[in-house]
Design a protein. Structure first.
Lengths: 329, 329, 329, 329, 329, 329
């Protein structure tokens, strides 16, 4: 396993975790051109040009890198040791253009297309939720359509804002369905809540076959049930996971642009992600972390831990054979 | 419904929710003299002269107006569309006098008396909890005595502070019982907790017949049970609802003067308010939001959502006929 | 003067300044269609789509309205009583589109064009500095080209960002010169500083004839000298004033997207604005207030005071005849 | 000097300055009944019932005690060693009643009367500025009328608020003149600024003979000149010093209820207080520190240092003979 | 009970709780030499020299004293009135040396040794978790080995950091076992979670016989079960309780150096501590409160309440006979 | 200059400045073993084990890296383009040991010794001020004794703390004189102020021949004079520059452990550093930035700019020949 050793974090027992240049989880930084051999690439997308409400998610990757240096090597709850299963690296940030929405989408897609072509599984840190659209476009070259597991307070299935804007952080999954990137019959959304404009988004999504689990149903039936629902619907279809931090309760994740009260608690979020083990995961993201609204840094710390949980299940999916999987759940 | 259309919020899909002059829920502002035809009037009372501990609730209405522009039109959990059921307006702030307690009580009562006389149901934003006393005085001209449902960490049934001060935010309901404004046999308090001076307040309240649900009993039996208790006790008596944000857990509502740990979680608070539907509600308030202790603004956001939940059940109560009620729960 | 009385703030001696719905300086809110008779209209532009660095200026108008309710009626330093000189109103926010840059520029221009056509002098609150471009376009229908007095840490005379983006908050005055909206020979910039990309912006501006006063020269010669320079260059040309809060020292104005250390102190800024009295001012703005980076709210408080100083000199310019001017400086 | 040794701070070289129970400057705590032999007593008045705007000054004494444990023993600029000149103690807080204005004034006066009768010079920490009125009443039993040196952004010479309230933090000095406690011809106010209601306060004060130094004059002539003015006017009259922290620039003292931009800088404030040496000082206070608006604690730190500067000049005044004075300036 | 009256808090009904010099729970301050007759001594240890990650726990005692003045006299949930059962005092801070780890351990041990010799039960406020080691050394002179109930996110059973440092806040309990201070077969740890270095700490602890309850097991079986486990293992052995605030969920206790998401909620923590009643408790601590990471002060407020809960069960243990115990649970 | 191109920052016009992995000034990261050819190496020392008061400087390098990505390429005030004059790199953090003071000093010295041996000029970011001692030890192998220019509120010339601790952040320069690392006759300290323990530090320093410029003298004579004094005393002796951020006024640099009011303003600090051009500088540092006390991040932003100013004068010193110097001042 010496080879993958180059793709492991620095150890906190040797160098204090607050020291050093903050890459994601203290992994080595590799530019995309040097990333051959990497299995899972953690990527930042510092862009919030699709945000209709409070901005700041452009600062998410920077802050999450900072917080993630606190992460250690082993998932104590499941025993998974992702850095022994696969080779990981921080691939830096995708290029973006703060002053041009469509150009940004093209740049983000292109960056992820190169990852996919290099055989690297992307684990992306946003940025607002519109960044998932170009990632899905990139992945769709290989897997089309994808299943989707989405943790979120909002469906992001709106059609348009402000009299015709079809590309905002409230619309990516409507576009993804229209473009055939995801299979609406294999979409599960968990945590939807808050006051509504008029509910058209939910009606449309359900009409397409999507499974929208409102927070009320989630509270009544519980997270274990929700994940059974996920496994039932997704099956062994290639699947993408998108975690919008506003799925969480604002007391645990205030640093986001559009918080909604009465959300998911972190310990349940951790457990739900762990139950994605065994699915055929081909990519994942954590989005909508907005540092300007996170003065204590706690949301970044939460997001870093969820990023690690996602990394663990991606590593299991990527790690392949039963031998490696034995090391995990 | 075109008439009530003048009393609806601006739509967030047209004008971004962070834009514009912040009235409560982006409703039209009507001065009391112009408010004929309004069914439910949202009123601010920017006053904290009854506060014995940390001040700041005088800034509550301003901050809550700001946060409330994030509220949309439909209660996604219940389907209630309050702005289609009734005509709502922001009636501005009741006049207050920061340097004179009794004069302030008189001004607040007078303002609410005019509302009641105009047939408007008051939904008031404090201010400290002493403001509920003059509101009850105003309502008592029509309904006397009232039932009371109170969400709170403290009974506010104390007799006096600091050697004889009988009017503080810890005494309003003792005065209200003494003045015959509320029927102690029809009072239910939920969430009482924290260290105690000596427990005399609880003993007195129970001796009068009030139902004081301590947080321990609440945790053991659950919010659904608590609301059954409310419905059993209140029945179809005219009822006022007072929501002190310190009822909530301080992790979700730090912005209050006298927080107590181990409180009610917001999702349960939402559900409990929704179960007030069907009661004969004649007014409600949200009090004790103290912005100086709410640096992230999260408490205001929580309070804005609870204000909306209260508006929904008031709208159902006010909305009257079965036809309208069909639109709701 | 009873007529203009309808356009005066509520008095803080009657209603506490923290009470009520926060319009700019507690002025009456008038929709543009109802604004006939208004002399100076204060307008918000809640938009930061041109921001290349830290966002948040979209929240500027809301926060500045809140802070501005602390402003009283009289300029104690100069004796000017703007609300007795002219009729003022809060005209609300110009419509914007967070997801579309060019559409936003068009909407902002259109809103200001209607003001100009109604004979109203605009005093605008941003928003990022790109909003000044559409305001200048609107004003240019009447005055073309304009003189410009700009307080700023940056020239905003860049040509393009990110490989070709010609419309950002770093480029408005380059575009304004190219479009003939301002006369570069009548531009004075005060406070320019910070590290530079390569200095091309300053060289270009100077080549066009602009007077760029670097902070070093400002410190060596002083604010009184700087304003003599302004008066010498601008003369009696129709003149626009743009105040970017990043001109100020970050200790006094941290709430901005691109702070630069070693800036202008507020007392000098106040004095410099007062010395604009007598110029032929046709509009002004305060921009780049970013509330997410202003946790204490102090920047908003500073900006509200500078807005009042600008209002005073606009009122003098607008007030016209010697009689009114006697009431002032 | 062994006797006074019991009235000296703990040494930071022995016990870290962040350790221990925070009395003012780590002085011994003495209840008033045990305070015989104390020369200067530092007293807290945790009360803000006279506040017409943002509250919180009731928390001032607590926070200032905390910050003041950072103060060391020697005034490095002047060489004064106050704890060697006089016996100092923390006398705790005066009793107050948050729910009763007049009762609070009576309690504060009574507490200070007992100090004065015990021959102790009071150095008081507020609390809002209304607390100075009962202190002056207590001191007036011995010295009547007093001279007054006041550092402040506001004259606090208003007559009444909110339609007749004559006792607020904006009125103490009007009352003090009316009651004959201070000699208006021996009042000097430094730092007055900000927008005005209508300027009646300044006109009234000047009509009584008070010297109101507006901030503009202060900036033009400088702090050394201002203190010459003080010495010229006060002469050897018994004199009280009142330092309202809003005299300072808000960048250095944001934690106050009614900040005004463009204020006095701390290094000038320090120097001005030092130039009070030689006056016949009989008491002093630091007021209007509002911790809820001071998240970084910097205002408390500033106030603690100014409290120490006041202590030094009080100690010189109290210390008496030339021998002791030789140890000082 | 008049004698113990001298060891009771000041009453909040008489003196506002924000007033006065902040001792722990407003108890009288007694220096160790004057503490004869005290039953339970609350002690601060302002030291964080063993911290491997984010520092600041040295400021814990100061901030916790401040917050604890909000605590009232009676445990409303259990009816325990600790100040009537036993004599309590604030014994000040143990001496520490910020620049010398071993000297600090010696000083802390010596201070607690003197308490133990005086027959005082220590209730200590940290400081980082390494301070528990010298406390155990002091207690071990009387009780050896001790049982230990530890609420914590981390086992603190590591062997060494940074290449050989055997004394850090991650190692105290390994040292305590090695030194024979605690009986590993009578150790129960609750709340362990977070990513792991490699899990050696847990393996070692379990090999020694310690009961490590991971958070997953805690969530599956619940707090009541966990406390049954405690009572089963500890029995009537002399027992020490150590509460590391990072055991709590970071949404409720952000102010700590090494937070881990998905923790224990405060209402369960309160209930678990209450179920320690009846154990033979000989001391307790609350550690790892780090005020610099607690801007809202909420963690201190939580810690103050848990300190009170610990005081109640210590008072019951100390209070002795059945008569007194009747007053409690 | 293509070779040095590899050692230049990424351009903010291409990649937004909030994007990417934050190295110092977006320079390439080079491990020490790969640093051949580097002229100036920026190094972090994340350690605060010498701190006697408020900790947190261990987090300084991380936060300063984050803030420094805002720095552009050219010093607009002087025209210096450091990245064209010399080859710069981020050399990462020196190894430290949070739990062992002397081991940390040895590690820091060893790291800097290797830099010096590789011919690299160190520009170091602390960490508390004790880190300067091992840096001076490393540099003394080549230059012995050194001249020292120190910007600071404190002399750091104390002998010992807490009864004998000779190595704290208050003692480095006493040790450095004793060890012959610096020539006390060539030491200039600027900005010394604040209350004093007893002044022994200043007396000792002056007795050794050091020039201690107290803040009062600085204010009276001005920064230009102070720098003339520096040039007169240092001459062409090899010189080290140490900038403690507590030299600055706390309004501009609150994020430090031991702030003192009435400090140096940033624009004067910038100008003073620029006047070091021409001295024979062999190294420099910026220390005592404590992020936990810098919630707005403004101190880091200030420190990043001063780091750039220091880099410019080091680059001039290092850049050598007149040709290169022509590119500069």
């Amino acid at each position: 396993m010496s080879e993958s050793g180059h793709y492991r974090p620095e150890a906190g027992m040797d160098v204090p975790r607050f020291a050093g240049i903050p890459t994601f989880m203290r992994l080595p930084h590799r530019r995309l051109a040097e990333a051959q051999g990497v299995d899972i690439g953690i990527v930042g997308v510092p862009w919030d040009g699709g945000t209709t409400n409070r901005p700041g998610a452009r600062h998410g990757p920077r802050q999450l890198r900072d917080a993630s240096t606190m992460i250690r090597l082993v998932n104590q709850a499941t025993g998974v040791r992702p850095f022994e299963l696969v080779r990981c690296a921080d691939l830096g940030d995708a290029p973006v253009n703060p002053a041009n929405l469509q150009d940004s989408l093209a740049r983000i897609e292109d960056f992820h297309r190169r990852l996919v072509e290099a055989g690297i599984t992307p684990l992306t840190v946003g940025g607002d939720h519109l960044i998932t659209l170009p990632i899905l476009r990139a992945l769709a070259r290989r897997h089309r359509p994808l299943a989707l597991v989405q943790f979120d307070a909002h469906t992001d299935f709106y059609d348009a804002y402000f009299g015709g804007e079809r590309y905002t952080h409230g619309t990516p999954f409507r576009r993804a369905v229209e473009e055939g990137l995801i299979d609406p019959g294999k979409v599960v959304q968990i945590g939807i809540r808050g006051t509504a404009y008029d509910g058209e988004d939910v009606r449309w999504a359900r009409a397409q076959g999507a499974r929208v689990i409102m927070i009320e149903e989630y509270y009544d039936r519980g997270p274990a049930w929700a994940m059974e629902e996920v496994r039932r619907i997704v099956g062994d279809h290639p699947c993408y996971v998108s975690f919008d931090v506003d799925a969480l309760d604002p007391s645990q994740a205030p640093g986001t642009g559009t918080p909604e009260i009465g959300g998911i608690f972190t310990h349940d979020a951790q457990r739900m992600i762990r139950r994605l083990a065994g699915l055929r995961l081909v990519g994942a993201d954590v989005v909508e972390l907005s540092p300007p609204f996170d003065p204590s840094g706690m949301t970044a710390w939460v997001a870093a831990n969820l990023l690690f949980e996602l990394l663990c299940v991606l590593a299991l999916a990527r790690g392949g054979g039963p031998a490696r999987r034995d090391a995990g759940v």
